[in-house]
Design a protein around this ligand. Sequence first.
Ligand SMILES: *[C@@H]1O[C@H](CO)[C@@H](O)[C@H](O)[C@H]1NC(C)=O
Ligand SMILES: *[C@@H]1O[C@H](CO)[C@@H](O)[C@H](O)[C@H]1NC(C)=O
Ligand SMILES: *[C@@H]1O[C@H](CO)[C@@H](O)[C@H](O)[C@H]1NC(C)=O
Ligand SMILES: *[C@@H]1O[C@H](CO)[C@@H](O)[C@H](O)[C@H]1NC(C)=O
Ligand SMILES: *[C@@H]1O[C@H](CO)[C@@H](O)[C@H](O)[C@H]1NC(C)=O
Length: 372
Amino acid sequence: MGAKYLLRACALASLGAIALSKPVAPVRSAAFLEAQKLADPSYGPVPGQDPIFNTYWGKAPTWPGNLTDPILPTKKGPPGVDDQVWQNLLAAEWIIFEFYQQAVEMFNESSFIAAGMPNTTYERVKEIRNNEAGHLRIFQNQISETSVKPGACKYQFPYKDPQSFLALGTVLEISSMAFLTGLVQQVKLNTAKGAMLAIAETETRHEVWALMDIWKVNPLGGPSDTVFPYANEVLGSTGSLVVPGSCPKENPEYPSPNQHLPNLGASKNTKSLAPGSTIDLAFGDPTNQPKFAKGKQYYAVFFHGVANISVPIETCDWPQKNITVTIPPQFEEKGVIAAVVADTPGAPTKETVIAGPGIILEQPEPLGVKLL
Ligand SMILES: *[C@@H]1O[C@H](CO)[C@@H](O)[C@H](O)[C@H]1NC(C)=O
Ligand SMILES: *[C@@H]1O[C@H](CO)[C@@H](O)[C@H](O)[C@H]1NC(C)=O
Ligand SMILES: *[C@@H]1O[C@H](CO)[C@@H](O)[C@H](O)[C@H]1NC(C)=O
Ligand SMILES: *[C@@H]1O[C@H](CO)[C@@H](O)[C@H](O)[C@H]1NC(C)=O
Ligand SMILES: *[C@@H]1O[C@H](CO)[C@@H](O)[C@H](O)[C@H]1NC(C)=O
């Protein structure tokens, strides 16, 4: 009898010990559990086969944009060869999707008509939002089951009316076209390269729609859009759109790796960013300014089409005196120009970049990006 009681006490004690030594599983919300179903690539609507990624007209987020939690790995093992690149792209896609989703919620059909835009504009904005939701799903499925698929953070966008929304949208679309020319250089699998090219083409259609229907300009952008090789530097410059501390803790650092470069833009009094214009450089966040070594020559390197042009800059009196530079007059006033400050002409490696990139929009007008 005594032995029986003892046995029970021991069993209880050891159970208690197991319970204490096990990590406490977090209590997960229903939305979190719903998001985990996305780990199965065959779950839910298929982009390219389901009309929701085109013609869903609701104001609520398009699936899977309504499932904002990270998707945890379902298998242990080494990451897929291109997982990190796709994780960066998925994290960036959440920004783009939310950019359109917030506009769908903030505006309606009348807002765009009142702003003098075609009566199809709101519908088109929803359709682009739906395409971007399709990108979320495509990118989730490109990440292997051994890696986390990043969830959404909270975002802040500097628009308040239809014009500023569409202007920023034009910049983001053409920036993502340039960004994908760099990202495609990071992936190993040919299938990944093909998929990224196809995504860049979709962003191009969005851009062309805005140039024709909204801005009513010639949509052609010359023989080649701009190649910019350092995709993570483009992502690094989008940091101001993410509310600090708002990302799910399971997300990898965004972007990874991140050089934490100072932003690069033109000073507030800039009148034109057309080729041939002389501008003062500005570096945004006062706590992250470039460091220039005394006596060393630095360059503003401008990328346009498939070429780049380096212009020596005078940094020895900075920050007492602004750094002034002329945008290469050789470039056509078309598409976009990406600019960095580098310590080597041509910025041949990402490590030679000191600040940037700044994205200079030339169409519909040579106006800058106000992402700073
Ligand atoms: C997400 O959207 C799908 C499709 O519209 C819907 O069935 C689901 O209930 C939504 N889930 C959440 C958490 O909003
Ligand atoms: C759009 O929103 C405005 C203001 O919020 C409202 O007055 C108007 O009726 C709405 N139009 C449509 C078509 O929903
Ligand atoms: C939208 O505008 C077109 C012409 O720009 C006009 O023909 C059409 O009737 C308008 N549709 C609505 C629903 O107002
Ligand atoms: C640099 O340019 C800014 C305009 O953005 C201006 O406010 C500032 O006074 C200029 N600094 C100098 C030293 O000229
Ligand atoms: C810029 O152009 C130069 C000269 O053509 C080239 O050597 C260099 O690699 C280019 N830079 C990048 C980052 O592509």
